[in-house]
Design a protein around this ligand. Structure first.
Ligand SMILES: Nc1nc2c(c(=O)[nH]1)N(C=O)[C@@H](CNc1ccc(C(=O)N[C@@H](CCC(=O)O)C(=O)O)cc1)CN2
Ligand SMILES: Nc1nc2c(ncn2[C@@H]2O[C@H](COP(=O)(O)OP(=O)(O)OP(=O)(O)O)[C@@H](O)[C@H]2O)c(=O)[nH]1
Ligand SMILES: [Mg+2]
Length: 443
């Protein structure tokens, strides 16, 4: 991978399709030569020049702007060239072909960001934040990605790495006085320091989980008895007639996923088959899928019809839930929110729409408080933080036994490695390959 960095890469940076302007970006050592060929002389650094782009035969392809960002003061840290022309896909392809003749090769997905990372312009979290910013499905997600891009998340990871190193140094210093190790460790102060670190790591993990949900969208599963009104609720939230609704219990069999945006946050809503005793194999399979989906939900909406009893037993433990008392139009009750044992109960009608705004507000509230000052994160980050947390607890246990300071130090080294993987300070090349391959071309 690193060997490729002597190549000069080129790609269309603007989205596919026609647009007012289309941008082609190049990066690599051949850029000064290519720029001089295109422009007829050396362009001034970081200056927008009007240029005539012609093919090998001298025929005009387009008149556009050319900007050279000399290395290392560029997005990638290499020589970068931007060509801004009319946004015609055919024209852009023709210009790109010309650039290939001049010695640039087609960039792979994420290769510009990858080079920016390899040249130390960005860490891995920031590079991923660029992709998340581009893909953000809501303003809240875009804000969170921007905060990660600005280094909010990375700074907190670094602070934990520093604290872990400091702790390890104290333990290792004590170990050097091998015989007196146990005395020198001053257990009370050390345990306090480890406890403090555990708290900080847990806080960062919680923030990263929120960030990951905001990035990926909250995964919300509708669960309940047949006829409770799950499909009606999905249709009401999607403001679209997506799911089949009938008066016959057992209408929904398959899972139906719908991405809906509620107050600026994105949710993936999943409608499921109603749960009941049934011998119908199709319905049984539907219920199996419903339960499997519920087991990996961020939030379950337990939907109750007119006289359904709350089916708490159907909700997998450890998963957030909200209880929806549907069909209040039949009983004439007022729409309202009630907290019972810390669980939100909402009274509404999917059919008439009363109380639906309250539901939207409560759904958005699940994400928005964390979004204030929150940052974007990915499953990869959450997993690394969880691993760091496990190693840190192992270190604490080793210290508690007071007979294994070198074991504690080793666990702390693993904490450091797990944290280092997040920002890319520590890690394998195949990890990089996997991360950048999911970017779009031109980024
Ligand atoms: N036309 C265009 N717009 C764009 C980009 C781009 O590449 N081209 N970007 C691409 O993602 C983003 C802007 N990101 C950029 C980040 C750094 C540098 C840059 O030249 N950095 C130098 C100089 C810094 C300075 O002068 O303050 C450096 O880091 O050394 C340029 C763009 C969004 N808009
Ligand atoms: N009066 C009233 N009827 C509703 C309301 N919501 C749903 N219904 C009716 O209840 C029946 C069942 O609604 P569905 O949305 O299909 O229920 P479901 O939970 O998806 O049912 P299954 O797919 O069978 O599990 C339909 O006749 C709906 O019109 C409501 O708020 N008020
Ligand atoms: Mg249904």
């Amino acid at each position: 991978m690193a060997a490729d960095r002597t190549d000069t890469i080129a790609a269309i940076a603007t989205p596919p399709g026609a647009g007012g302007i289309g941008v082609i970006r190049l990066s690599g050592p051949e850029v000064p030569r290519i720029a001089a060929r295109l422009f007829g002389r050396d362009p001034s650094p970081r200056h927008a020049h009007l240029a005539r782009f012609t093919d090998a035969a001298g025929e005009l392809i387009d008149t556009g702007l050319l900007i050279h960002f000399p290395a290392p003061a560029s997005f990638t840290g290499e020589h970068v060239l931007e060509l801004q022309v009319h946004g015609s896909p055919a024209l852009l392809q023709r210009l790109l072909r010309e650039l290939h003749h001049l010695g640039a090769r087609a960039a792979r997905a994420g290769e510009f960001s990858e080079r920016a990372f390899l040249n130390g312009k960005l860490d891995l979290v920031q590079a991923e934040a660029i992709a998340d910013l581009i893909a953000a499905g809501s303003e809240a997600a875009a804000r969170a990605a921007q905060r990660s891009l600005q280094g909010e998340f990375s700074r907190r990871v670094h602070a934990l790495v520093e604290a872990t190193i400091a702790l390890r140094m104290r333990i290792e210093a004590a170990m050097d006085f091998s015989d007196e190790a146990i005395e020198t460790l001053a257990p009370a102060a050390l345990n306090e320091a480890v406890d403090g670190l555990v708290d900080r790591l847990d806080a960062l993990l919680a923030a990263a989980c929120q960030g990951q949900r905001l990035t990926d969208g909250l995964h919300v599963v509708l669960l309940g008895r047949p006829n409770a009104g799950k499909s009606s609720l999905l249709n009401a939230l999607a403001a679209d007639d997506r799911a089949i609704v009938t008066a016959r219990p057992g209408t929904t069999r398959d899972l139906l996923r719908e991405v809906v945006r509620v107050d600026g946050v994105e949710l993936t809503l999943v409608d499921t088959a109603g749960l009941r005793d049934s011998t119908d194999p199709i319905e049984q399979e539907g219920m199996r899928r419903a339960r499997a989906e519920a087991a990996r939900a961020d939030l379950i909406l337990s939907v109750l019809g007119e006289d359904d009893a709350p089916a708490c037993d159907e909700v997998p433990p450890g998963i957030d839930r909200m209880v929806i008392h549907n069909k209040i139009d039949l009983s004439g009750e007022a729409p309202r929110l009630q907290r019972i044992d810390g669980i939100e109960h909402l009274y509404l009608s999917a059919r008439s729409g009363t109380g639906m705004n309250l539901l939207r507000e409560r759904l958005a509230a699940r994400l928005v408080p964390a979004a204030e000052g929150g940052f974007s994160a990915r499953v990869r980050h959450v997993e690394a933080l969880q691993r760091a947390g496990r190693e840190l607890r192992e270190a604490r246990a080793a210290l508690a036994h007071r007979d294994a300071p070198e074991l504690a130090a080793e666990h702390l080294r693993q904490v450091q490695n797990a944290l280092g993987e997040i920002t890319g300070a520590f890690g394998a090349e195949d990890l990089l390959g996997r991360i950048f391959a999911n970017f779009c071309i031109g980024k």
